[in-house]
Design a protein. Sequence first.
Length: 251
Amino acid sequence: MQYTLKKSLGQHFLTDESICKKILTSIQENPFEQLLEVGPGGGALTKYLLPLKGIKFKAVELDNEKVLYLQHTYPILYDKIIEGSILEIPVPFEGDFVLVGNFPYNISTQIVFRVLEWKTQVPVMIGMFQKEVAERIVSKPHTKVYGILSVLVQAFYEVEYLFDVPPGSFNPPPKVTSGVIRLRRKTNPVVMKSEKAFFTLVKAAFNQRRKMLRNPLKPFFDAIVLQEEIFTKRPEQLSVEDFAALTFRMG
C-alpha cells in the first residue's frame, strides 16, 4: 500500500533512521507512561515508538490516506490513531503525556501554543521544526530572534536545542534545515499576575519590537509607572521574569 505526498499539508517525511533513533533516545531520558505522536505521516518515527514497553501510545494524523496506510502497515495502530488536526482535537489522554513529532512547518508555531494550552498535562515535548522557528523558541534576551514565542514558552518550560536535521533526511527534501528541540515543564514556573495578563503584555510589547516599551504598553500602565527606566527599554532587552513581574503592576 502506497501513499502520496501532499504539499498543501506541508508534508516532508522523515526517512533518516539515525535521526529517528536520536529522537527516541531523547524521549527516553524522562520517564513517562503516555505518548502522543503528532503527524506520524509514513510512520518513520512511529515504528520506533510502538515497541516502547508499558506505554500508552496514540498518534494524531489529519490525512486520511496516511491513517489508512499506517493502520495497514502497523495493524497494532488500528485503534490508536486519532484522525484530525492537533489544533482541533480534545486532550487525547487523562493525566500527563509526552508529545513528540516531526511537525508540519505550516502549523508548527500553532502546535506550540496548543502545548501551552495543555501544559498542565504535557511535562515534556520533543518536536522538529524549521530551524529558524526552533531557534526562536529557545532564544535568549538581547538577540534578534527573541520574541513572543520565546517568552511565552520559557515562562513555563526549560528549553533545549538538541540537534540539526539536514534537508537530505526527508522526502521530499525541504529547502531549509530543521532543528529538534525539547521542552521540559518547569517545576517552578515564573510567577505572574495571571496568564491572560502575561500573554497580553508580551504580545503587545513585541508587536512594536523596535519601539521603547513606553509606547506599546501605554494602555496597560499608569502614566507615573511608565516614567520608570524599564519602559525606556525595547522588548528584547527584558527577561521572561521581567515581563512576569510587570504583570503585577498593570492597571
